[in-house]
Design a protein around this ligand. Structure first.
Ligand SMILES: [Zn+2]
Ligand SMILES: [Zn+2]
Length: 180
């Protein structure tokens, strides 16, 4: 156990809790094994950064999105380390520059029927000659597909894989869209 192991504990969550605040780290109390006072989420993130830990998962390498649902921390590739988080942030920026909306739209135009996020991400990797794991292609492609969906060019055709908290905090593993 590290000297700065930061842990979070859930407080009572009201039924009408703000979902954004909930998944963003609210409704928790934070403490560090070193005894540093961590009054809120911001203090916990700062303490994680100054002790070389990922500010998203606070060094734990995973993320409890809602009580009982834990996933690998996407910000630090589940390492818990600040250095990896910073490298990954740069990679996200690089993916944003390399993968444009127009590019993804042109790939999507090849599909007549429904297609999966993973199929478009694979097509992007092939076109740009990117090995798997080199850049966060999936998250970038997902953002752009959601943008096309918001613009009315695509419609999501899959149901969520899991309802994490009612119908408002839901999980899609590999969603499908279709062109309108
Ligand atoms: Zn500490
Ligand atoms: Zn992390």
């Amino acid at each position: 156990m590290s000297a700065h192991m930061i842990t979070a504990q859930w407080t009572d969550i009201p039924d009408d809790a703000d979902e954004l605040a909930l998944v963003g780290g609210g409704f928790r109390t934070y403490r560090c094994a070193c005894g540093a006072p961590l009054a809120d989420r911001v203090a916990a993130e700062l303490h994680a950064m100054e002790t070389d830990q990922c500010s998203a998962c606070l060094g734990s390498a995973d993320e409890e999105v809602v009580p009982g649902f834990v996933r690998r921390c996407p910000a630090c590739a589940a390492t818990g380390r600040r250095g990896v988080q910073l490298v990954w942030e740069v990679a996200h920026g690089q993916a944003e520059r390399m993968i444009s909306l127009a590019f993804v739209r042109s790939l999507v135009e090849r599909f007549d029927g429904p297609f999966r996020l993973s199929e478009v991400a694979d097509a992007v990797r092939v076109q740009l000659d990117l090995p798997l794991g080199r850049l966060p292609v999936g998250p970038r492609v997902r953002d752009l597909l959601r943008e096309l969906e918001a613009a009315g060019e695509l419609v999501m055709v899959s149901a969520p894989d899991q309802l994490l908290r009612g119908a408002s905090v839901v999980l899609y593993r590999d969603p499908q869209w279709q062109r309108v």
